[in-house]
Design a protein around this ligand. Structure first.
Ligand code: 5GP
Length: 213
């Protein structure tokens, strides 16, 4: 299975045991992050998992608790912040809060699994300050017109929300230099292959393969 080759401890070469990588994926709402991430996970569910965020926004009709998000009241979300149970959190659209539960990410990485965080730029910057050796991938639409078309096609936002999401997308682009990789999502299957290649390359990197010192 992909990603597994270097994961096996190699007596001859003193390779390190496979270590999980934290992979942050950001990009404008509607760019196709969710589809790309679920396709990637289907390829290697035993090696790659997705962090399920908590949010105070309402579930969409196709979403379910614990699968897409853990849906919380503002009070419950505030309690998670107070107890320092979130690796990062941000206020994104219409004052709605989104955050990454810390414990799940830490446990999975410690068990050698790669964990994908599909989060916005504010959250990515917080993670970057706290977590050594993560990889940061930004997904762009082929054009902004195409992004607008995709947002309209999915029919989950009203006109005001679409405008809001496009404005946020423009602002987020200002931080793209904080990321390690950029992918233009024209064809989902290509984007999945590119991210898979990035993850494999990172696992094969010298810094992740040998013990320090
Ligand atoms: P949506 O409401 O469309 O599901 O997500 C809106 C935005 O919130 C997306 O850009 C998504 O990446 C971001 N997001 C989802 N979960 C988290 C999270 O845990 N933390 C942060 N900072 N952003 C998140």
């Amino acid at each position: 299975m992909y990603l597994d080759r270097l994961g096996k401890y190699n007596e001859n070469w003193k390779l390190k045991k496979r270590e999980g990588i934290l992979i942050v994926v950001s990009g404008p709402s509607g760019v196709g992050k969710g589809t790309i991430v679920s396709e990637l996970i289907k390829m290697a569910p035993e090696l790659l998992v997705k962090s399920v965020s908590v949010t105070t926004r309402k579930p969409r009709s196709i979403e379910s608790e614990g699968n897409d998000y853990f849906f919380k009241s503002i009070e419950d979300f505030s309690e998670l912040i107070e107890k320092d149970m979130l690796l990062e959190y941000a206020c994104i659209f219409d004052g709605k809060l989104y955050g990454t539960p810390r414990k799940y990410v830490a446990e999975q990485v410690a068990n050698g699994k790669d964990v994908i965080l599909e989060i916005d730029v504010q959250g990515a910057l917080q993670v970057k300050r706290k977590w050594k050796n993560g990889i940061y991938i930004f997904i762009l639409p082929p054009t902004f017109q195409e992004l607008e078309r995709r947002l309209r096609d999915r029919k989950t936002e009203d006109e005001e929300a679409i405008h809001n999401r496009l404005a946020v997308a423009n602002r987020e682009l200002e931080n793209i230099s904080e990321y390690d990789y950029v992918i233009v999502n024209d064809q989902i299957s290509d984007s999945v292959e590119y991210i898979k290649s990035i993850i494999i390359a990172e696992h094969c990197s010298i810094k992740r393969s040998f013990k320090e010192g």
